[in-house]
Design a protein around this ligand. Structure first.
Ligand code: HEC
Length: 144
């Protein structure tokens, strides 16, 4: 009687254990790998940049970038800043098409809102104009 009970319970507990393992893995996938691409909402992508990138605006963008972004994204935007190694998510590489083919509106949205290790600058850099200025500066980091 005792052995019979054991032989029923063993496979059953194994099956339950396996289901739990599958569920946990599915959960991890959805929360990490599943949503890898960071995409801005369509409405934000289409917002036009109101700030002109000229000889005054680009140096202003550089000053803001050096102060707020360089520590993670690195001087040239390659994602090799001094803080980058401590982060859980890679910073990306602003010199690549991956970043450069995104619209101004999309980059503006990402700087404004942040995600994971990328801080939200909505409150830190108060003027919306400054966020667009940073987008303009990011365009100069494109690989030539
Ligand atoms: C504490 C480190 C840190 C700082 C400071 C920081 N970032 Fe980021 N940034 C990140 C990380 C990490 C990511 C990647 C986030 C992700 O994909 O989950 C990122 C992603 C981005 C992206 C999206 C890139 C893409 O290709 O989609 C933009 C744009 C960006 N950062 C701009 C900025 C700007 C501009 C500043 C300064 C105002 C800044 N970041 C400051 C860590 C940082």
């Amino acid at each position: 009687m005792k052995t019979q009970l054991k032989s029923t319970l063993m496979p059953l507990s194994l099956a339950i254990f396996f289901c739990g393992w599958l569920a946990i893995n599915g959960f991890i996938n959805v929360n990490q790998g599943g949503d890898k691409k960071w995409v801005a909402p369509d409405a934000e992508k289409n917002v036009k940049n109101p700030v002109k990138a000229d000889d005054v605006n680009i140096p202003a963008g550089k000053t803001l970038y050096t102060k707020h972004c360089k520590s993670c994204h690195g001087t040239g935007g390659k994602g090799d800043g001094t803080k980058a190694a401590e982060l859980e998510t890679p910073c990306g590489d602003f010199t690549t098409d991956d970043t450069q083919k995104q619209t101004d509106g999309e980059l503006h949205y990402k700087i404004k809102k942040g995600k994971d290790d990328m801080p939200s600058f909505e409150k830190k850099i108060l003027a919306d104009e400054d966020l667009w200025t940073l987008v303009n500066y990011m365009r100069t980091l494109k690989k030539k």
